[in-house]
Design a protein around this ligand. Structure first.
Ligand code: SF4
Length: 343
């Protein structure tokens, strides 16, 4: 269980459907009813709240957390390493921004409501603003809903009572938004898919009454609005988050269709987990293993296809962090490539 990357292949692709990440969460809950939890478990479980607070003063917090002394302390006390910095200019101005245009409904309902996640919004904010810009360029009105915690870190660390409370609270909100006719979309695959996996398990319902779409699922509903490029550009390569690949089989081909519709060539690169897997790769005792997993699949694929940094597109936030940490460049999210192509 300690080596589990939470890729969910066992829960989705294995015909027996043994959901090890869920068993792990239950085990941790039971185990830590009897034994004392390490301090870092509380840090990881509450990472969404911590990032949300820190995002108000990103420069200050980056100066405290991103220096050799704090890295040393994190490594030797909390057993965590290479924690990513906060975005210097988060998109707080976008919250509840609602760009109307002639495609908005008469009732002023946006074409899509963006459900934020802590990692994209506070550590990779340009992806969020580029998403809004691209959708607006497609003639779609976007509302960025104020940030609320998703709860996945609570689930991973086995704080299942707190997770259940979060699920009940969020489900009411997401149901209300759905009932008011707002299509919902998230950006980060691992956080977005929690709404249709762990949430359904927790609510003991197959259909919770809402669905938060992945970006490619939403764009696939609006293919006719995609701008068509006349000038050919270079080829792109897509490496998807492992949870996304295992949970939604056609999630990669949807991106390919979107790119082709715009006149761009996208090659899907078959890879496994990048080795970061949320906090797994930040754990000091997983560090070597995390790098080996990256070398096995991602590094190998980048070298085999001679992929240049500007050609690699990566859907997962933690995967982009892992590429930066080991291959020393930060790949773009597919939506950023689409936006750059029409600039
Ligand atoms: S690494 Fe993936 S397939 Fe293996 S136990 Fe964990 S979730 Fe299941």
């Amino acid at each position: 269980m300690d080596g589990c990357l939470s890729c969910k292949a066992c829960a989705t692709q294995c015909p027996i459907h043994v959901d090890i990440p869920t068993y792990k969460a239950k085990f941790l809950q039971l185990y830590y009813r009897q034994f004392r939890r390490p301090l870092r478990d509380y840090l990881i479980a509450n990472i969404e709240t911590i990032l949300s607070i820190q995002s108000k003063l990103p420069r200050f917090w980056n100066s405290i957390t991103q220096n050799p002394l704090s890295s040393f302390l994190f490594k030797h006390t909390l057993k965590l390493r290479d924690l990513p910095p906060l975005t210097q200019n988060p998109n707080h101005h976008l919250t509840f921004s609602h760009q109307h245009n002639h495609h908005s409904s008469p009732l002023n309902i946006p074409n899509v409501t963006l459900i934020q996640d802590a990692f994209t919004s506070f550590c990779d904010a340009p992806v969020l603003s580029d998403m809004v810009t691209f959708l607006n360029k497609m003639g779609l009105s976007v509302e960025v809903h104020p940030f609320f915690k998703n709860g996945k870190p609570l689930h991973i660390t086995g704080f299942l009572d707190a997770f259940t409370k979060q699920v009940n609270q969020n489900s009411r909100l997401l149901k209300e938004l759905t009932q008011s006719g707002q299509p919902l979309m998230g950006i980060e695959p691992s956080m977005t898919l929690v709404y249709r996996d762990e949430y359904c398990q927790c609510l003991k319902q197959k259909d919770p009454g809402f669905k938060v779409l992945l970006p490619q699922e939403f764009l696939s509903l609006h293919l006719d609005r995609l701008p068509k490029l006349t000038q050919p550009t270079h080829d792109f390569y897509l490496m998807s988050h492992c949870t996304e690949q295992t949970a939604e089989y056609n999630s990669q081909t949807q991106w390919k269709t979107i790119f082709e519709k715009m006149g761009l060539n996208l090659e899907i690169v078959p890879v496994g987990c990048c080795g970061m897997a949320g906090m797994y790769g930040h754990d000091t005792h997983h560090h070597t293993h995390s790098k080996h997993i990256y070398d096995l699949s991602w590094k190998n694929a980048i070298e085999k296809h001679s992929i240049q940094p500007h050609q690699l597109l990566v859907t997962g936030y933690s995967c982009r962090t892992q590429v930066k940490r080991i291959s020393h460049f930060r790949p773009a999210h597919p939506i950023q490539a689409l936006l750059n192509s029409i600039k």
